[in-house]
Design a protein around this ligand. Structure first.
Ligand code: C5P
Length: 437
């Protein structure tokens, strides 16, 4: 019995791929682990494994058709009660249906009606898996917060070898436990729905590139509380004027989004930006550096990892004018006295107690390694991520970034120019692994 599965109701969706036979092992493992398992099969899956097999393994009747099976358990009952739906194997056809909201069989209807955690283990021929249509569909599902358990590479039922082989049942089982361990119910879940459909997707060619590399979430981040600062800060001068910078927040938001998809519990403290809150992420909106520091201090005790991605203004005006500053006859200009803002990341990095694994960003043009090491010491960082600001096609406001990662011993990795979400995923893999040590 695994505690994560105690009193859990899991719908196991089985679609018509040869790997359906492996779902029998998964079903057994889940039942043995203490879950109540309800199997829903597609019509074609029943051609590969008999309903009766899953009925014997799960101890419950198996649903296939919406109408014929109404005497057993309805799709609404299944979708209301389930803690998780796991579709293993998930064929390209079923993935396409899930992505586009079809409800023409029991499994699709349950997927559409349910508001629980959803896990998809694709299994198909390599070309079908790499087809842009499948990759875009998986991308859509991942962006909506579903967990995609990327298939392995290996021998396939069609006689070829390549990507598309369903993860082994034992691995899927471990992933399910990891997902439950996060206890996502505690998160202030953004509703899965309209809001997220408006999220901007990268252009099709990029999607293919993303999903082929590392975008599809793995559960590296499960169990971590991650606190991220993002965006610019705004320092008011008077009621109508302020000092700010060009930060768009895209890198910090990509980190928050990907960390959440990788299973972490993410709080994002953000200056004013024009971006949607990533699904499942808790966002705290702030304006000034002092407000950002206060917000960080109220969340940092619970954080295992702190990533300072915000472009925090180094200065603020000494005192904000209550009224709009007027031009004065005879005076040529205006002198504002600026004072230094607190260094947020240094405050976190140099904490004596409850210090999270601390990661900073730095924009440098020369002496990269030397400057990185200096920053690590001065700010008390575990890791620093260097943006090459001499290259105009990356950094501020761009969708791409190229970075070098340093720790106290020197260069850890260089991440080539790519979409910020892919860069975020690579960075998080390094951060989660280093924070585990
Ligand atoms: O000192 P510099 O601005 O180059 O350092 C950049 C790093 O420090 C970034 O991670 C940024 O988020 C963080 N920072 C901060 N508070 C400041 C200034 C920078 O947290 N006041």
């Amino acid at each position: 019995m695994d505690t994560q599965l105690k009193n859990r109701k899991i719908v196991l969706g089985v679609t018509g791929g040869i790997a359906a036979y492996k779902a029998c092992t998964l079903c057994r493992l889940l039942v043995k682990g203490g879950a109540q398992v309800y199997v829903v099969m597609t019509e074609s899956a029943t051609k590969l494994v008999g309903k009766e097999t899953f009925e014997a393994l799960s101890g419950h009747s198996v649903s296939v058709n919406i109408f014929e099976d109404s005497k057993d358990i309805s799709h609404i009952a299944l979708s209301n009660d389930a803690d998780m739906i796991v579709v293993a194997p998930a064929t390209a056809n079923s993935i396409a249906k899930f992505a586009h909201g079809f409800a023409d069989n029991m499994l699709c209807a349950v997927m559409l009606a349910a508001n629980c955690k959803k896990v998809i283990a694709p299994a198909m021929n390599t070309n079908m898996y790499h087809n842009v249509a499948t990759q875009e569909n998986l991308q859509l599902l991942a962006l909506r917060g579903m967990y995609i358990l990327s298939p392995d590479s290996g021998d396939l039922a069609c006689g070829t070898s390549g990507d598309g082989r369903m993860k082994e049942p034992e691995e899927i089982y471990e992933d399910i436990l990891a997902i439950f361990s996060q206890d996502l119910e505690k998160l202030p879940h953004t509703k899965i729905g309209i809001e997220n459909h408006q999220e901007k997707l990268p252009a099709p060619q990029q999607i293919l590139e993303l999903t082929q590399t590392k975008l599809l979430p793995k559960s590296f981040g499960a169990g971590f509380n991650v606190l991220i600062t993002a965006g610019p800060t705004i320092e008011e001068i008077d009621p109508v004027r302020y000092i700010t910078n060009h930060s768009s927040g895209k890198m910090g938001y990509a980190l928050a989004h990907m960390a959440q998809l990788m299973g972490a519990n993410v709080t994002l403290i953000s200056g004013p930006v024009n971006l949607n809150v990533p699904l499942g992420v808790k966002r705290i909106s702030v304006r000034s550096a002092v407000e950002m520091l206060n917000a960080v201090e109220s969340y940092v005790n619970e954080a295992d990892i702190f990533i300072g991605c915000a472009a925090v203004g180094d200065f603020r005006v000494e005192s904000i004018n209550k009224n709009k500053i007027k031009k004065k006859d005879g005076e040529e200009g205006l002198t504002l006295k600026l004072v230094q803002n607190p260094d947020i990341i240094a405050t976190v990095g140099n904490r004596e107690a409850n210090r999270p694994f601390t990661v900073g960003f730095a924009a440098e043009t020369d002496n990269l390694e030397e400057n990185a090491k200096k920053k690590i010491v001065k700010k008390g960082l575990d890791m620093v991520i260097l943006n090459d600001v001499s290259n105009k096609s990356i950094g501020f406001n761009s969708d791409d970034n190229e970075v070098s990662v340093y720790d106290k011993d020197g260069l850890v990795a260089h991440i080539e120019k790519q979409n910020k979400q892919v860069v975020a995923t690579s960075l998080l893999e390094l951060i989660f692994n280093a924070a585990k040590k």
